[in-house]
Each structure stands twice: as C-alpha cells, then as structure tokens.
Design a protein around this ligand. Sequence first.
Ligand code: NAD
Ligand code: 0WE
Length: 255
Amino acid sequence: MLNLKGRVAAVFGLANKRSIAWGIAQKLHEAGAQLAIGYQNERMKAEAADLIEDLPGAEPFQCDVANDAEIGETFAHLKERYGKLDALVHCIAFAPAEDLKNDFLMTTREGFRIAHDVSVYSLIALSRAAAPLMTEGGSIITLTYYGAEKVVPHYKVMGVAKASLEATVRYLAWDLGKQNIRVNAISAGPIKTLAARGIGSLGDMLKYHEDRSPLHRNTEQTEVGKTAVYLASDLASGVTGEVIYVDSGYNIMGF
Ligand code: NAD
Ligand code: 0WE
C-alpha cells in the first residue's frame, strides 16, 4: 500500500457506509493520511460521526457546498486545525428528483441550475478555497460517471452536469498546474449508494455491467478508494486533467 503519512486530506460527501466517500476515506486512512471528512447537514451528522469514529484520528466537519459562507468557515477551520492540505476529494452530486423523473426535455431552469451548482460549481468553489492551503502542491479528485459522455437513460440533467464537471476538471488543472496542484476525475461504474437508490432499474444495470464488462463484476467503493490513493500520491505526479475509469473496464466496450 502507498504511504501517505504526513499528508492531510479533506473528503467531502459522506452520507453513510455505502458512500463512495467512505470507500475513499477508508483507503486514504489505511495509507496513513490524516483525514477530515465532510457531511452535508445536521441530519447526517450522527451517522457520519459514528462511521468516522472507526478511523482513529479522522475528524468530521459539516459543510453544505451550496453555501459560500459554510465553505469559507470550513476552510478557515481546516487551516487552523491542520495548517495545510495535500488532497481534496469531492464526492458530491445532486439534481432535484423531479428533474430526474420527467423527460430530459422537461428539465426545469431551476433543476438545471441546482444540478450544476451543487455538482459542478462546488468543485470550483472548494478548489479555490483549498488552493492557498496546498502549499506543498496537492491533488484534487472528483467523481464522475459515464453518463457524461454517452446517453444513459434516466441520468438526464446529471449527465449534462457531469460533462460540465469533466470540462471543469480540465480548466482547473490548467489554472492550478502552476501551483503543482493536480486535478483529476474518477469515473466509477454504477454502485448501490444512496445517490443511486432512485434508479428503478439499478439491479438490471448492475447485472448488465457484470455481464458486459471485461472484469465481469461490479465496482466496489474501495476500488475507487485505491485509485484515489494513487491520485493523491506521488506515483501520479505527472497526471492531471484526466478522467480515470474505475468501472471493471465497461467503458471500453463497443459491443
Ligand atoms: P452518496 O449519496 O453516498 O453521496 C453523495 C453525497 O453528496 C451525499 O453525502 C450528500 O450529502 C452529498 N451532497 C449533496 N448535496 C450536497 C450539498 N449541497 N452540500 C454537501 N454535500 C452534498 O452517493 P455516491 O454514489 O457515493 O456519490 C458520490 C459521488 O460519486 C457523486 O458525485 C456521484 O455522482 C458519483 N458517482 C456515483 C456512482 C454510483 O453509481 N453510485 C457512479 C459514478 C459516480
Ligand atoms: O451521480 C449519480 C446520481 C446522482 C444523483 C442522485 C439523486 C437521487 C435522489 C443526483 N441527484 C439525485 N437526486 C435525488 O433526489 N450516479 C452516478 C448514480 C446513478 O444515478 C443514475 C444512474 C447512476 C449510475 C440515474 C439513472 C441511471 C443511472
């Protein structure tokens, strides 16, 4: 396992033990990183705090990324508590249920705005706040999905938001490269998390991935975590602006 001792990482997007953020936090912790782990609101506090207790030394924080004041307070706290930041992990997406239910054609102005604000603009806002703390260079990691590049029925406005997220990764990589801060996305295969619960056909989708992907199995949160450890480490020192697939190879198939 890679050694991240002495590195400080902030992971945003913990809801429960199925969260990809949790798979990533566990692997960063195993590698020796000092962790701050963020949850969205009071409602998620108890469950998040309970999980985080299992990772000695890791600390919880609350941050709604739709709120600039909360982002400011979060990074003031991280600066005070750790003095620097080496890795920022963004595991956050949201679109209003209505806009995922109706035809894409019916996407509302407000639904489009919220999906892009929470799922994309938040990466820009968090990166801007994190960069001054990344005094020794750094690694920024976000999570994306194949629905950004090909039509995945039902993914709708989230697919458009993920396309924007992937472009955002490239533009941030250009801006932050001069500070030796790398910015990359991990494109994960479908995983049964809270964010995937709304999909009626998730079971079929997981089965299809198992049948069709080169590895003939589904993706696990901790496999995403292992790639995050690599991206946070010096082994990835030359890698920025990329989308790396952790999807059992599903995306390479043409038929
Ligand atoms: P999850 O529900 O466990 O995580 C999503 C998180 O986003 C939750 O913790 C939620 O609280 C947080 N969030 C939403 N709005 C927020 C806000 N305003 N402020 C702060 N936090 C907010 O589900 P997940 O599947 O682990 O999702 C994490 C990321 O992985 C998302 O970007 C998702 O698009 C991506 N992803 C998921 C899959 C999958 O199949 N599960 C596949 C590829 C990519
Ligand atoms: O990014 C996602 C899901 C993100 C998401 C989920 C919800 C459900 C509840 C964003 N907003 C909301 N809003 C809600 O009210 N994934 C990659 C998981 C996912 O979602 C799909 C998928 C996959 C995979 C939707 C349709 C098809 C496939």
